[in-house]
Structure formats: structure tokens, C-alpha cells
Design a protein around this ligand. Structure first.
Ligand SMILES: CC(C)(COP(=O)(O)OP(=O)(O)OC[C@H]1O[C@@H](n2cnc3c(N)ncnc32)[C@H](O)[C@@H]1OP(=O)(O)O)[C@@H](O)C(=O)NCCC(=O)NCCS
Length: 249
């Protein structure tokens, strides 16, 4: 199914909590559907998802979590975003924007209901993306731009950011067949982030975008980019005829 940018929203079922268990299940499904395709497709840049700590949940941004998300982004990223940006981050009633938060809850899993757990969770990370036309690309072809991705430092190195990224890619692949690549700007001296992207199959483009970060010195950005290819569509949608999948990419 091909959806326009305007109608790109994530269904409620897709946006039900993206829990570690669900992740593991998705990976299993990916694997079984891909086993016989491995010789045909490069699987290197499909995120290798491992299970996350049980305290973590990935969730759409709601009116309850947007304030914490905003605080986190303001703290960790060198760009000041306007109110409009955060309004766009909040999921609407029928679905969601391309934004997620990682919630951390220390209360034992069995002791509370899901709604209580959400209420007692705190925002420890977030991601926000937008869908764009591909410049000079064929009409109806899109690319995904990562506007923000950040985690509070005590919650790094647990796979949470990888899970946030994968949640967005999964959602876009499910809803918009013609998204061909995903990219981001990274401060030119933010080697930690540049290497994080590289380890997830992104290539760092050669040119520096000068004066991209007005509040930083040096002020340049590097663009990191990764193809969203047939393997992602196959992985997310399960087995489908190769010819059909090739037609949409
Ligand atoms: C960029 C940033 C979000 C990455 O955070 P991170 O904690 O390193 O990333 P993850 O949560 O994906 O953790 C990855 C590491 O956790 C480890 N890990 C542990 N459990 C894991 C799991 N279940 N799944 C995947 N990785 C796991 C892996 O070893 C992995 O290390 P690797 O990158 O060497 O493969 C973080 O550095 C940050 O917030 N930086 C400040 C903001 C910023 O610069 N943002 C980018 C600007 S565009």
C-alpha cells in the first residue's frame, strides 16, 4: 500500500507498545522469512536487534511525555526547535507522527498495570523524524530525515537508541512503500555519533555542510545516510514476491 506523506500515520496497532519482547518476536519473524532469501539480498544493514532491559519501552510521544522529551532534546542537542516542532511530535488520536520516546520504569514488571507503569515511567531518550521528497528523485519517492535522536547518558550502551531507530524504520516500511533512504546531519566533530551511525550501516558523506550548527564551533555537519532497501521491506512485511517488492523500491 502506498500512502502520501500527509496520510502517513502509524496505526494504533503498530504503535502499541514496542516492548523488548515484541522486538525479539519481530527478529524471529524476520529471520524465518529471510532464511531462503539470504543469498539474494544483502542483509548487513538490517539492525541486529537484541533484547533490551525489561525496564524500557518505546512509545509514541503523548501530551504527557512531550514536555520531558523537549527537556531532553534541549539538554542534549545543539539546535533549538520551535513549539511547532514539539506539537508535530505528539501522536494524534488515530495514529502517530514519526516520533518516539524511550520510557524507563524501575518498578517490577509484575506489580503494576500497564497504564500505571506508563505513568510512573520517565523519558530517557527520543527520536523524531520527518518524511521528505527525494530531491531530483522520481515523484512519489521519499526519504526519511532523522531530526533528533538522543539518550540521557546513563542509559546509553543498552541498545535503546538502536531500538528507537528501528521502531521508526519499521513503521515507515509498513506504511510507505517508496521510502528509499534514511539520513541525518551530525556535528562534524561528534565522532561518537558518527561512529554509532556507521556501525548501523550508515555511510558518512564526504562533503561537510558548512555553518549548519550556528551555536557550535566548528559549525559544520556531516551527512550520514543509509539505504532502505528490499531487505527491509522483506524483513518487516514478511515473505512477499521479490518482483513485487522490487517494483516499489
Ligand atoms: C547517538 C546516541 C543516541 C547513541 O546512543 P548509544 O547508547 O550509544 O546507542 P544504543 O542505545 O543503540 O546502544 C548501542 C550499544 O549498546 C550495546 N548494546 C547493549 N545491548 C544492546 C541491544 N539489546 N541492542 C543493541 N545494542 C546493545 C551495543 O554494544 C551497542 O554498541 P555499538 O554501537 O558498539 O554496537 C547517544 O550517543 C547520544 O544520545 N548522543 C548525544 C546526542 C547525539 O549526539 N545525537 C546524534 C545527533 S544526530
Amino acid at each position: 500500500m502506498e500512502l502520501s506523506k500527509q496520510s502517513m500515520s502509524t496505526s494504533t496497532s503498530t504503535l502499541s507498545l514496542y516492548h523488548a519482547t515484541t522486538h525479539a518476536q519481530i527478529v524471529d519473524n524476520h529471520q524465518s522469512s529471510l532464511d531462503s532469501d539470504q543469498s539474494m539480498h544483502n542483509l548487513d544493514n538490517i539492525p541486529q536487534i537484541r533484547s533490551l532491559p525489561s525496564q524500557v519501552q518505546i512509545h509514541p510521544i503523548t501530551p504527557d511525555t512531550v514536555k520531558s522529551y523537549r527537556g531532553l532534546i534541549t539538554l542534549l542537542l545543539p539546535i533549538r526547535y520551535p513549539d511547532k516542532f514539539y506539537k508535530e511530535a505528539v501522536a494524534n488520536t488515530s495514529g502517530s507522527t514519526l516520533a518516539r520516546v524511550a520510557l524507563w520504569d524501575d518498578t517490577p514488571t509484575s506489580s503494576t498495570s500497564l497504564s500505571r507503569k506508563l505513568a510512573s515511567s520517565r523519558v530517557v531518550g527520543g527520536i523524531q523524524c520527518r518524511l521528505e521528497d527525494v530531491p531530483s528523485g522520481p515523484p512519489g519517492e521519499f526519504q526519511l530525515y532523522i531530526q533528533t535522536i538522543a539518550l540521557l547518558s546513563p542509559f546509553r550502551q543498552l541498545g535503546i537508541a538502536t531500538c528507537l531507530l528501528d521502531s521508526i524504520i519499521t513503521s515507515i516500511v509498513e506504511h510507505c512503500d517508496r521510502t528509499t533512504n534514511i539520513y541525518a546531519h551530525v556535528w562534524e566533530t561528534n565522532f561518537e555519533a558518527l561512529e554509532w551511525y556507521e556501525r548501523r550501516g550508515f555511510a558518512v558523506e564526504d562533503d561537510v555542510v558548512e555553518d549548519y550548527y550556528q551555536r557550535l564551533k566548528p559549525s559544520g555537519a556531516r551527512v550520514v545516510r543509509r539505504r532502505i532497501g528490499i531487505e527491509h521491506y522483506l524483513a518487516v512485511k514478511g515473505r512477499r514476491k521479490t518482483t513485487t517488492a522490487q517494483q516499489v523500491i
